[in-house]
Design a binder for this molecule. Structure first.
Ligand SMILES: Cc1cc2nc3c(=O)[nH]c(=O)nc-3n(C[C@H](O)[C@H](O)[C@H](O)COP(=O)(O)O)c2cc1C
Length: 324
């Protein structure tokens, strides 16, 4: 596997965190980067700049203290608005802009955004060209295989992207229609990698070092991106990277380590969102971290706690001390 650059930015190794709205906020991106992800893209931001003042957008635009390159994902279907949004985000500190053409959600697809754009290759070309011309920053594209099993037009989209000046292409091996069902397929990702000369990053269902190696072998892609398998398991990046470079998989984190890392992450979520929202958002991370630790009664109690202070106190008294 050759070294990967996205524009002028060198990416240290090929194991990246995939953007997930509602998950890969700044605290989670920082956690994954600290524990071994080589790259992380922000949750998607609408190109509708009238939404800038909403709390959700303000949190999503916050990159304080994040390691570079800062990559911001934008979503929309109007080429001019997308270009303005790209320039706006670069002015706000983004070093790379990623265009979302992968989201299958109804509320996104309804506006012909996200993966719905794949049904209109001319519009895809128009958006890519406008965004590329709007700024000096490298522009990447995250997309899927196509709209459905009868319309897998990723090869056409990849050529359009390359011709428009897109710097790297992230491909989730499912169609829009599949959402997150069925299995991710990699044949077309491999075919695209053979045909285009910009970096191709494979994504979809990569949940272990062995799977990562198999996908890299099959696709010959430049890197892989991991999403859901990092939820509650930010150690996966180091595990995969170590396996790819040495053939060895580091020992899984101990229960103590998992709980300590979770505790620090919850504190970071409280600091970032404030105690009320932070406490609520922390719950899903707690579930993910504790999954598989045989701590169901404790997890149940934790889900009911309604204050940030109590959340930390409970973990301190019932988990940190018990396992120490
Ligand atoms: C909860 C959730 C939110 C997501 N949000 C985004 C997003 O904002 N932008 C995007 O390009 N992809 C988004 N995705 C798709 C992921 O980046 C990734 O392509 C997909 O989950 C497949 O990879 P995985 O099997 O490793 O999870 C999201 C996925 C999930 C599960």
């Amino acid at each position: 596997m050759s070294t990967l650059n996205i524009g002028p930015y060198h990416i240290e190794h090929p194991v990246m965190l995939a953007p997930m709205a509602g998950v890969t906020d700044r605290p989670f991106r920082q956690l994954c980067r600290n524990l071994g992800a080589s790259y992380a893209v922000s949750e998607m931001l609408s190109c509708d700049l009238s939404l800038l003042k909403t709390a959700k957008t303000q949190y999503r635009m916050n990159h304080d203290g994040e390691p570079g390159p800062i990559a911001v994902q934008i979503a929309g279907s109007d080429p001019k608005k997308m270009a303005t949004a790209a320039q706006f985000n670069v002015d706000n500190g983004a070093q790379i802009i990623d265009i979302n053409m992968g989201c299958p959600q109804k509320k996104v697809a309804k506006k012909k955004c996200g993966s719905a754009l794949l049904s209109d290759p001319r519009l895809v070309a128009d958006i890519c060209r406008h965004v590329v011309n709007a700024t000096q920053a490298p522009i990447t594209l995250k997309t899927r295989l196509g709209i459905d099993s009868d319309h897998k037009n990723i090869m056409e989209i990849a050529h359009i992207a390359e011709q428009a000046g897109i710097t790297a292409l992230f491909i989730h091996g499912r169609t829009k229609e599949q959402k997150y069902q069925g299995r991710s397929e990699y044949d077309l990702i491999a075919a695209v990698k053979k045909q285009i000369s910009i970096p191709v990053i494979a994504n979809g269902d990569i949940d272990s070092p062995e799977k990562a190696l198999a996908v890299i072998k099959q696709t010959q892609c430049d890197a892989i991106m991991i999403g859901r398998a990092a939820q509650g398991n930010p150690w996966i990046f180091e595990q995969v990277n170590s396996y790819l470079t040495t053939g060895q998989i580091p020992k899984k984190p101990s229960q103590t380590e998992i709980i300590q890392v979770m505790y620090e992450h919850i504190k970071n979520l409280h600091d970032f969102y404030g105690p009320i929202t932070g406490c609520r958002i922390a719950r899903k991370h707690i579930k993910w971290f504790l999954k598989g630790l045989d701590l169901d009664p404790i997890t149940c109690k934790l889900m009911k706690i309604k204050s940030a202070e109590e959340q930390l106190l409970f973990i301190n008294q019932n988990l940190l001390h018990k396992v120490a």
